[in-house]
Write a protein that binds this ligand. Sequence first.
Ligand code: AMP
Length: 394
Amino acid sequence: MNDPVLVINCGSSSIKYALVPATADQPRLTGLVERLGSGDALLKGVDSHGDAFTIGLGDVGHVQALRAILERLEGRRPGAVGHRIVHGGERFTRATLIDDDVVAAIEQTSALAPLHNPANLQGIAATRSLFPALPQVAVFDTAFHQSLPPRAYRYALPESLYRDHGIRRYGFHGTSHAFVSARADALSGLSGGWLTAHLGNGCSTAAVWEGKSLDTSMGLTPLEGLVMGTRSGDVDPGLHAHLARQLGWSLERIDEVLNRESGLLGLSGLTNDMRELEAAADRENAGAMLAIEVFCYRIAKSLAALSCALPRLDGIVFTGGIGENSPRVREQVIALLPHFGLDLEPEANLATVRGREARIDVQTPNRPVLWVIPTDEEGRIADETRQLLGETPR
Ligand code: AMP
């Protein structure tokens, strides 16, 4: 299939899209519709000349928004659609061709991701109604972590909670961890043991051995693990009961605070944006300095913990908006892991270029390697879609 794959990431009030061509020499068209359902939706994107555009769509739903996206594809027709689906539960261990049965199974998993899966399903319904003849593929954020062994995915809770209610660790950002660990293998010429750190607005780590995820920092939900933009990451499991009893907070309030008012934003009292925090830390703002310190410490602690999953450590990979673009965060994290024998090359760390892969260690033989690898979740979803349809990925 020489046709491009249309990659769709559908949220409740947004649709991100990318038209990924079959070969890398053609331009990729990307954009998003935001504020869906507000009466004032906007389509923003970049055309094949690299020029940005913004179009007011007014009061539209998912189907009309997708129609507007199609009109911006410059006459290029997708040969398949790849959907990013957040939660595939235990059923989906790889990309899957969407039919009614798969839709029903994703629906059943919605209890595990009530904010995401129903929105992803709206995207599937809209694209199926617009392109009834096109193959549609679901690519799950959880699938890459289905190789976790029980010791990593089970919580120390009564067995019935796992058996009857699916309460276990699933992990997320699987597409990104899969992509960057495969790139680290390719760049290093081995099938290695990698610790991958996806550091964006959402943050997670993973331990990957010979292409399989053996442990990861996110759990039942994407709230577990690292400090994130507005998410707390790990807290004492007793915190919820404490807040309910002592402050009289409702479950909804607790959920809201831990998901939207915590993390870098909560710690700093300023912002969830790492660029702004770094600028504030340069002005010696105490909240910003503390937020960055806690953020980096928790990443280092998580990487050290996950190293227990690996028979051998070949290196660490940084990715995501912060992992790819913040030399300060990378340096602070590595400084906290002296026992790993890492040897950061400060100039290489400072000289990384946005969007480019870079090796940032001193390149001493028999030491773990440090990679900065821009993630490409859309490219990976397109590749998995092509692979499933029996074609060679790009
Ligand atoms: P993502 O969710 O992957 O788009 O990542 C978003 C995060 O990356 C935000 O916290 C941004 O502040 C951060 N980020 C992007 N560029 C930079 C940069 N040059 N330096 C530090 N953080 C950055």
